[in-house]
Design a binder for this molecule. Structure first.
Ligand SMILES: Nc1ncnc2c1ncn2[C@@H]1O[C@H](COP(=O)(O)OP(=O)(O)OP(=O)(O)O)[C@@H](O)[C@H]1O
Ligand SMILES: [Mg+2]
Length: 268
């Protein structure tokens, strides 16, 4: 994948070792935060098991990645507009795509992402947890692996196993880590420092800490209301933290682009 500086999107694959650590919430809120900063942002729900990014945005598009994979349409045909002007390519839960794609389906998906990426500054891909073939292929194809790490011993060990599998099996050497569900920025930093020290003792990889998202009841309330926290509660601690993470992982869009986006979508 080419990067923003070459006029192509920067593709982030959001992944984790253990399930339920906040990948989808991070992916969705990060996409909205990037769009708020004026970047053309596409969110693609590539969790082939339980696709639910659309639910967090209150969107239920009639066409999903299942239609793309069944060759009914192109990726552009399934993209619907979301908050702050993001584009959403929804995934498909249950019947239609299993949790494992055929080689031909995987190639079709990756080619479609690469083609569509040309129209965006950033593509955020939500993936399933763990070392499944789909997530591994998506992370390997992305410009950046974004690992969501939560402060639980199992999440720590599973994230270690994931980084090892990506490094050894896919040759991925650079990782961005977002610490989620932490008590404070200091606690998140300490978690990252510990993770980095363990990883780099055994693996030749580089880790970068993009910041921490606090455990915040507003995130759960937004989920309950089928909206994302950034949209519903922009002043919540988690939303502010998301904005900081977005600024950290992606350079701000030029002022002129921001002005155009705000004129189109409002200063959401
Ligand atoms: N920063 C946070 N503060 C409070 N609750 C959070 C936070 N991040 C995530 N959650 C909650 O944790 C739960 C799991 O989040 P999410 O669905 O984003 O995880 P996931 O890693 O995508 O899960 P899966 O592996 O099943 O796809 C949700 O109920 C969500 O509301
Ligand atoms: Mg998820």
């Amino acid at each position: 994948m080419s990067e923003t500086m070459n006029g192509k999107a920067r593709m982030f694959a959001v992944t984790s070792g253990k399930g339920g650590v906040g990948k989808t919430n991070v992916a969705v809120n990060l996409a909205v935060a990037l769009a708020k900063s004026g970047a053309r942002t596409l969110l693609v729900d590539c969790d082939m098991g339980v696709a639910n990014a659309g639910i967090l945005l209150g969107l239920n598009p009639s066409m999903t990645l299942a239609d793309l994979l069944a060759r009914h349409c192109e990726l552009a045909d399934i993209i619907v507009p979301g908050p702050c002007g993001i584009g959403l390519a929804a995934g498909h839960s249950g019947i239609g795509i299993g949790s494992t794609l055929s080689q031909a389906e995987r190639v079709r998906l990756l080619k479609a992402l690469e083609t569509e990426a040309g129209d965006y500054d950033h593509v955020i891909v939500d993936t399933g947890a763990g070392i499944g073939a789909e997530s591994m292929a998506l992370v390997a194809a992305a410009d950046r692996a974004l690992i969501v790490l939560a402060p639980e011993p199992t999440a720590f060990m599973d994230a270690y196993a994931l980084v090892k599998a990506l490094a050894v099996g896919q040759g991925v050497s650079d990782f961005t880590v977002v610490t989620n569900l932490v008590e404070s920025d200091q606690a998140g930093r300490a978690l990252f420092d510990h993770f980095e020290s363990v990883i780099t003792r055994f693996l030749d990889v580089r880790l970068d800490h993009a910041g921490s998202i606090p455990e915040d009841p507003y995130v759960r309330e937004a989920v309950r209301r089928k909206r994302c926290c950034m949209e519903l509660f922009p002043s919540a601690r988690a939303s502010k933290a998301m904005t900081r993470v977005a600024a950290r992982i992606a350079p701000a869009a030029p002022v002129a682009v921001r002005a155009t986006m705000e004129a189109m979508h409002g200063a959401c």
